[in-house]
Each structure stands twice: as structure tokens, then as C-alpha cells.
Design a protein around this ligand. Structure first.
Ligand SMILES: *Cc1c(COP(=O)(O)O)cnc(C)c1O
Length: 427
């Protein structure tokens, strides 16, 4: 499968049925698996043999889908999680623990920002945030001797900033730590962060990968390129014996290709239990089968809507890296040559009031706390997610009161633009 193009991997990656076996991936709707002898099962518990014994740790349906996502990203191993939040938490907590430090881009998803700045801080893991547009000097200055990883998003939700992945990877590697990239908005169809030096990739599969608003889910993929043993002092969890598995040392037993995901499954999934249900993994796979076709259309619609909004007299600003004047246009040409995503954000001149009239007047686009599915939806942070803030506070947070985030779906671009035009007339 690794020789095929990404379109082929979307459709057929991860699962190759044998003679007379189901053409579509089977949903193994079973919590547990049967063995003939206790010794057979004991080997699984010791990680001496690979196989299934309890779905909290692994399930064949999930593994087919994880293998497809690994193939799409060009990684060596992957796992599914119950949500994107679980994926990001596991990816970071697999490396950092109490007393450790992380470096993260300040332009990231709000849920991840809370996870890092509040919950992981309570666990004793401190984080220094840096601008996605920082200089090398500023970036290097953020590291400490106890820094264990760097985190950022290819295209940030909702700010739509584009990360200089190579710059962040170089800095991470110069300090002996890996770069974790949340690739949710770009998807591997439009950007494969491993090709630019990232070491671990995460996804909220809830978004474009599912693509139909059907199931919440997440994924973690390992590039297999980070040499844990070369930095053994920083990563004792990977490079010293795990007493909860009879003294296995993950980096030795599973090598660079397998250590990260094996540890993450064996320890974090075992203890926190955030597994994706096999039924949801099946739905996710259906989404993945058309991801390459859908992403092209999401980008086409996003571009058309952004261009329409840009020339509209009631719109003061449009953020979309596909627009030639956008702050991230040049960077996007490098990292996202085939398009970015379908999410466009724009500011109405009339502020909060105008945004409210505009959104209430839309007929096709629905008001939703969601992005990246087949149906166009939009959100005004000032009247919903950021409701408690004053106009001044909103401005300072980079979310002005009149800002609308619109996730362009797969409908006709002409119909979307007509809908937007009639709603703008009401403003
Ligand atoms: C939605 C999202 C998440 C969180 O994912 P859930 O599946 O909602 O838990 C994380 N990162 C990004 C970039 C997202 O858009």
C-alpha cells in the first residue's frame, strides 16, 4: 500500500481482505476475545505476543482504521482515541509528566489551550506559549532543560494561522525533543507534517476525516523517526523498564517505529480508557474513503466564498490562506499547495449586531458549534463560545465581536454565495 498515491490509500488503505473475507471492514462488536489456554493470553498481557484480549486496549476494527490513517500520514504506527481531546492529551502525556515543560504555539484550538494551560498545569506540566509567527530566537528562548515536546496545529482552529512546521521541527530537534502537530484542519490529503520534520501527528477525526458530523473521535500517528534512545535521559518512560509490564523497555523492544504507540496504548489507554467504539471507527472509515474527493471540494467552496466576501462592502476583513493578500498565503503555498480547508473567517463592519442579523438570516448555512462537515455551518464567537467577554476583551483575544467563522460544506458554491449575499443584504 505504501507505493500507492494518497487517493488510493484513502479508499483501500489499512485493510486487505483475504479470500472469501468481507470486502468492507468488519465491525468487531465484542468487548473481549477467547483463548484456548491461559498461557496464550498471558503472553498478550506481557506484550510478548500481539493479539486482542480486551477492546479497551485494542480492537481489530479500530486497528484497520488506524492503519489507514498511518498510511495516509506516512507514519509507522497509529491508534484511535474516543475524541480529538483524548488524542492530544495522550500524545503529550505519553512524553511529559509532573515536573516537565512543553512549548506550544499560542494559536491553537480552545479545547487544547484549556487542556494545556489549566488541566495539564494542575498535573504539574508547565507550558510556554509562543506566537506561530515567532522568530527563531523567540522560539529557542522558550525551551528549558525539562522541555519534553513542542506542539502546534498545521492550520489553527479557529484563527486559521498556518504554522511554519519546518521552523518548529528544527527548534524541537535542536533541543532533543519531538514536534507534535495537530493536523485536523489540513488532513493528510492537503499536508503531511512528517514530510516537514514533525514526529507525531494528532487528529480530531470528528472533523473532515469523518466529514459528516456522525462520530466524535481522534487519532495519534507516529512517524517512527524520533530516536528516543538518543535522548534517553529526557524520556525515561520510553527508555527505562516499565514495571507494570514486567520490565519492558519500549524503545528497545518496539524500536523507533513502534515504541511511542505501544506505550501510549499499553499505559494510557489501559489506565484512562478513552477508546473509540468499533462502530464509530467503521463510520470514520466510510468518511476516509472519500476524504480526498471531499477535501478538494471543501477547498473550492472555501476559496469561492472567501473571494466573494473579500469584495463585499459590508465585510471589513477575511482570513483565508488561499487569498493572495492573506497573511499566511506565502506559507500556505509551501505547506498547503493543493488547498487548505473549507473554513473561512471574516469580520462584519457592523460588529456583534451585524453578525447576529447576518447569521439569523442565513437559510442554507446553519448555526452550529461545529466545523468541517458536509453541511455548511457558521458561528459568531462573540454571541456563543466567547459570550462572557466584552467587545474590548474580544478584540484583545483576536476574536472581534463581528467575527463569523464559516465552515464551507460540499453544497454548490453558487448556492452558498447566494445565501450569504441575501443574508448580508439584511444587515
Ligand atoms: C475539534 C478539535 C479538537 C478537539 O477534538 P474533539 O474531537 O472535539 O475532541 C482538537 N484539535 C482541533 C484542531 C480541533 O479542531
Amino acid at each position: 500500500m505504501s507505493d500507492y498515491r494518497i487517493e488510493t490509500k484513502c479508499v483501500q488503505g489499512g485493510y486487505t481482505p483475504g479470500n472469501g473475507e468481507p470486502r468492507q471492514i468488519p465491525i468487531v462488536q465484542s468487548t473481549t476475545f477467547k483463548y484456548d489456554t491461559g498461557e496464550d493470553m498471558g503472553k498478550l498481557f506481557d506484550l510478548e505476543a500481539s493479539g486482542y484480549f480486551y477492546t479497551r486496549l485494542q480492537n481489530p476494527t479500530n486497528d484497520y482504521v488506524a492503519a489507514k490513517i498511518a498510511a495516509l500520514e506516512g507514519g509507522t504506527a497509529a491508534m484511535l482515541t474516543s475524541s480529538g481531546q483524548a488524542a492530544n492529551f495522550f500524545a503529550m502525556f505519553n512524553l511529559a509528566s509532573c515536573g516537565d515543560h512543553m512549548v506550544a504555539s499560542s494559536s491553537i484550538y480552545g479545547g487544547t489551550f484549556n487542556l494545556i494551560s489549566v488541566t495539564m498545569a494542575k498535573m504539574g506540566i508547565e507550558t510556554t506559549f509562543v506566537s506561530p509567527d515567532c522568530t527563531d530566537e523567540e522560539l529557542n528562548a522558550a525551551f528549558r532543560p525539562n522541555t519534553k515536546l513542542v506542539f502546534g496545529e498545521t492550520i489553527a482552529n479557529p484563527a486559521l494561522t498556518v504554522l511554519d512546521i519546518e521552523q518548529f521541527a528544527k527548534a524541537a530537534h535542536a533541543h532533543g525533543v519531538p514536534l507534535i502537530i495537530d493536523n485536523t484542519f489540513a488532513t493528510p490529503v492537503n499536508c503531511r507534517p512528517f514530510e516537514w520534520g514533525a514526529d507525531i501527528v494528532t487528529h480530531s477525526t470528528t472533523k473532515y476525516m469523518d466529514g459528516h458530523g456522525v462520530g466524535v473521535g481522534g487519532a495519534i500517528v507516529d512517524s517512527g523517526k524520533f530516536d528516543w534512545m538518543a535522548h534517553a535521559d529526557k524520556f525515561p518512560g520510553l527508555c527505562t523498564p516499565d514495571e507494570s509490564y514486567h520490565g519492558i523497555t519500549y524503545a528497545e523492544k518496539f524500536g523507533m517505529a513502534g515504541a511511542f504507540i505501544t506505550k501510549c496504548t499499553a499505559q494510557l489507554m489501559r489506565d484512562f480508557g478513552s477508546i473509540q467504539s468499533p462502530q464509530n471507527a467503521f463510520y470514520l472509515n466510510l468518511g476516509l474513503e472519500s476524504l480526498h474527493v471531499r477535501m478538494a471540494r471543501h477547498c473550492e467552496n472555501g476559496q469561492a466564498v472567501a473571494e466573494f466576501l473579500q469584495q463585499h462592502p459590508k465585510v471589513s476583513h477575511v482570513s483565508y490562506c488561499g487569498l493572495p493578500g492573506d497573511k499566511y498565503h506565502e506559507r500556505a503555498k509551501k505547506y498547503l499547495p493543493n488547498g487548505s480547508c473549507g473554513v473561512v473567517s471574516f469580520e462584519l463592519k457592523g460588529g456583534r449586531e451585524a453578525a447576529s442579523v447576518f447569521m439569523n438570516s442565513l437559510r442554507l448555512a446553519a448555526i452550529e458549534t461545529h466545523v468541517a462537515d458536509a453541511r455548511t455551518c457558521c458561528l459568531n464567537p462573540a454571541s456563543t463560545t466567547h459570550r462572557q467577554m466584552t467587545d474590548e476583551q474580544l478584540k484583545a483575544a483576536g476574536v472581534p465581536a463581528g467575527l463569523v467563522r464559516m465552515s464551507c460544506g460540499l453544497e454548490s458554491a453558487d448556492d452558498l454565495i447566494a445565501d450569504i449575499a441575501q443574508a448580508l443584504e439584511k444587515v
